[in-house]
Ligand binder design. Structure first.
Ligand code: NAD
Ligand code: MG
Ligand code: MG
Ligand code: MG
Ligand code: MG
Ligand code: MG
Length: 331
């Protein structure tokens, strides 16, 4: 087992009197900015000219400036704009204003690990990556909890960068849940693999394959939606709370028997071999290169796929069914 760090391990004094620039105010940006502010840290939000998020940040009482000014004042610059935009903003507005001896921070290792951002030698470079979506990083914090974080040091100029990262993780609430030390390489590769093979790509294709199979066999789409998509959350919640055993305790023995005899026919040796290939393409940089080129080409494939996916029957049926679930509308 790896060593986990918690609040009592943090040297909070490393953040005292420091100014943190949060660049970007989206999913992670709003959560880091508000949690740090509520923890007593001085925060400036750096946004581009005409940003729609600026109003939201000001409404929360946060100071908002352009990126260059925020970086120029910062002891820690946390980069929370979309990964594919970071290299350009870094070159134009961050690099020319980074104070020598300050820290440059990230919530994901992509740009550092794949050399899209090459920081100067005279700054600390660390990562604090919450293992959850930004909106939960904020919500769980306000409820007194925290989302677990990974932390990593890429460059240690001042000699205390890991302690600085841990103090930062405490400021956003992550040290309440546990902070695990990793490297930029491992975080980047495992994050990309997890979202592609399991969490996003794997789950959505599994759900659609099940839905399509039922609908093509003549079952009602509404029934297929409940069975394959809606119930997914209920099952995953049980695993989240108590592992697979707790989920299997809660389901019927018939469901548990079906789980054992059928799961391996869905995730076959072929699927496991494909997962290894996917991991290799992440490790050797092919995935990163394709995604960078896709962005340079104005995302032809990404946008076409987004349109196609939105038109899938499961999305049409789901929208209708969810409109009747009043508790979902409040979000
Ligand atoms: P996002 O898309 O939600 O936020 C984008 C923000 O960046 C917006 O506020 C936008 O106004 C701002 N922005 C866009 N272009 C800008 C520019 N040119 N200059 C300044 N600001 C600009 O981003 P996100 O999903 O929060 O991702 C931020 C980072 O956090 C990424 O590195 C991502 O990998 C990482 N991360 C995200 C999540 C998540 O929950 N979404 C989880 C873990 C790590
Ligand atoms: Mg998104
Ligand atoms: Mg992730
Ligand atoms: Mg990711
Ligand atoms: Mg069932
Ligand atoms: Mg059972």
């Amino acid at each position: 087992m790896s060593k986990m760090y918690y609040e009592q391990d943090a040297r909070w004094e490393l953040l005292q009197g420091k100014t943190v620039a949060i660049i970007g105010y989206g999913s992670q940006g709003h959560a880091h900015a508000l949690n740090l502010r509520d923890s007593g840290v001085k925060v400036i939000v750096g946004l581009h000219e005409g940003s729609k998020s600026a109003g939201k940040a000001r409404e929360e009482g946060l100071t908002v400036t352009d990126v260059a000014q925020a970086v120029a004042q910062a002891d820690i610059t946390m980069v929370l704009i979309p990964d594919e935009k970071q290299a350009k903003v870094y070159a134009e507005s961050i690099a020319p204003n980074l104070k020598p001896g300050s820290a440059l921070a990230f919530a994901h290792g992509f740009n550092i690990h794949f050399n899209q951002i090459v920081p100067p030698a005279n700054v600390d470079v660390f990562m604090v990556a919450p293992k959850g979506p930004g909106h939960l990083v904020r919500r769980v914090f306000t409820e007194g909890g925290g989302v677990p974080c990974l932390m990593a040091v890429y460059q240690d100029f001042n000699g205390n960068t890991q302690d600085l990262a841990l103090a930062y993780a405490k400021g956003i609430g992550g040290a309440r849940a546990g902070v695990l030390v990793t490297t930029f390489k491992d975080e980047t590769e495992s994050d990309l693999f997890g979202e592609q093979a399991v969490l996003c790509g794997g789950v959505t294709e599994l759900i659609k394959a099940g839905f399509d199979t039922l609908v093509e066999a003549g079952y009602e789409p509404e029934l297929a939606y409940f069975e394959c998509l809606h119930e997914m959350k209920l099952i995953v919640d049980l695993m989240y709370e108590g592992g697979m055993a707790a989920m299997r305790y809660s389901i019927s023995d018939t469901a548990e028997y079906g789980d054992y005899v059928t799961g391996r026919r869905i995730i076959t040796d072929e699927t496991r071999n494909e997962m290894k290939k996917i991991l290799a393409e992440i490790q050797d940089g092919s995935f990163a290169r394709n995604w960078i080129l896709e962005n340079q080409a104005n995302r032809p494939m990404f946008n076409a796929k987004r349109r196609q996916e939105a038109a899938h029957k499961i999305e049409i049926v789901g929208k209708e069914l969810r409109s009747m679930m009043s508790w979902l509308q409040k979000k």
